[in-house]
Design a protein around this ligand. Structure first.
Ligand code: HGY
Ligand code: MN
Ligand code: MN
Length: 417
């Protein structure tokens, strides 16, 4: 197999130039899903793909598929890609590296005139982050059968706009029914978003799976009251309940150290006035662990904690679980192709389970899947300071390219038998 080498400068140029779309003053990106900024980067991506001669299709959840034919176009494609939406204070690499790395891999094949057996498709999934419309990984979730399409498109943002309305507004509600798009395999390149690869000085993460996650929405209700005239023993302070619950969630995760994580990431205090005892608080809970039974155990303690904390304070509390993604193990053949590619490219590598969720989580329900990680500085992500070097990005894209070619070659050998 000829040694095709990606162009590190071109890849870096794509990452840096598209970072201008939603650039923040601190060097990050705020490009929330289905906003006009998302439309701009989608338009850029579509134009790049069409400029390469790829055929672009969009499904009715807004996922974009850019296809390069192979020798056997009767067979489903190998897909490679990730997401272009970001957190409100996102970095330049989360998701973006996976889409640009995939684009660069296909550009390299096109320029070398290398023809794969099966078609190759570069994919941009809609709303991976879940920052504007919860939960996360929504379009890949519908694609993988984790979410009903009507439920997903009815999700609203804080202003009450639905996913479907926003998708329509940016002109990316395609005609292809989401999920009716068979794949031979899916490979996703991503920054690790954690500290392990950097700490062990490893260049590549061979991702063997993703830890499980559960997301909840909690509303604590008390009574608005005057902060000056209301004696302490007469208060029903929803924020006091929220503060104690936040501390408890931290303790629940620490009780299952070192792998469990528990976070209250969003909190809305109502009426949020400095001289009103808060009568209501909305907050979100994110629990994760590589094993389902530990997540289950953490949830049990969380549920028991609601009344334990709120009853003595005279507070009401409701909790709604809005996402439950079990731990995922990726496909062994895909993992081996990533391992082979890292070895062929001469990069140091280690197996790793992803702490963060990814589109690959749900795509793996309907297609053999694996991921490739590269280190990020200090393990920092979902932060404007997120950084991976040009060399690290290039290494990831090179391994992505070679993993695809390895998988394609093995498929050809199976077909030839
Ligand atoms: O939440 C996650 O793990 C991903 O970044 N959406
Ligand atoms: Mn991501
Ligand atoms: Mn992310």
């Amino acid at each position: 197999m000829r040694n095709l080498v990606i162009d590190a400068e071109r890849l870096w140029g794509d990452i840096m130039s598209t970072a201008a779309i939603g650039a923040t003053a601190k060097g990050g990106i705020c490009r929330l899903t289905l906003t006009d900024l998302d439309r701009q980067v989608r338009d850029w991506f579509k134009a790049q793909c069409e400029g390469l001669g790829l055929t672009v299709t969009v499904d009715d959840m807004g996922a974009i598929f850019a296809r390069r034919p192979g020798q056997r176009n009767d067979l489903p494609p190998i897909a490679i890609g990730s997401h272009l939406d970001t957190q409100p204070t996102g970095g330049k690499f989360d998701g973006v590296l996976g889409v640009m790395g995939a684009l660069e891999a296909v550009r390299t094949m096109v320029q070398a005139g290398y023809e794969t057996v099966v078609p190759i498709e570069v994919v941009n999934w809609t709303n991976e982050e879940g920052a504007r419309f919860a939960p996360s990984m929504v379009s890949s979730g519908v694609f993988g059968g984790a979410f009903e399409k009507d439920w997903a498109t009815s999700r609203t943002d804080p202003d009450g706009v639905t996913f479907g309305e926003a998708l329509e507004a940016i002109g990316y509600r395609g005609s292809e029914p989401c999920g009716q798009h068979p794949l031979t395999a899916f490979f996703e390149l991503h920054i690790e978003q954690g500290p392990l690869l950097e700490a062990e000085n490893k260049e590549i993460g061979i991702v063997i799976g993703v830890q499980g996650l559960r997301w909840y929405e909690v509303v604590i209700t008390g009574q608005d009251a005057h902060t000056g005239a209301t004696p302490m023993h007469m208060r029903k302070n929803a924020l006091l309940g929220a503060a104690r619950l936040t501390d408890r969630i931290d303790a629940i995760a620490r009780a299952h150290a070192p792998l469990a994580v528990g976070t209250v990431g969003m909190m809305e205090v109502r009426p949020n006035s400095r001289n009103v005892v808060p009568g209501e608080v909305f907050l979100t809970v994110d629990l994760r662990h590589p094993e389902s039974d530990v997540i289950e155990a953490m949830e049990k303690v969380l549920v028991a904690s609601l009344s334990e904390i709120c009853d003595p304070l005279g507070l009401g509390v409701t909790m709604n679980r809005i996402a439950d993604t079990p731990p995922v193990r990726f496909d062994q053949d895909c993992i081996e192709s990533v391992r082979t590619a890292a070895a062929q490219s001469g990069f140091s590598a280690r197996e790793i389970v992803s702490g963060a969720g990814h589109d690959a989580t749900y795509v793996s329900r309907v297609a053999p899947t694996s991921m490739i990680f590269v280190p990020c500085k200090g393990g920092i992500s979902h932060n404007e300071a997120e950084f991976s070097s040009k060399e690290q990005c290039a290494a990831g894209a090179q391994v992505l390219l070679q993993a695809v070619l390895d998988y394609d070659r093995k498929l050809a050998e199976r077909l030839a038998k």
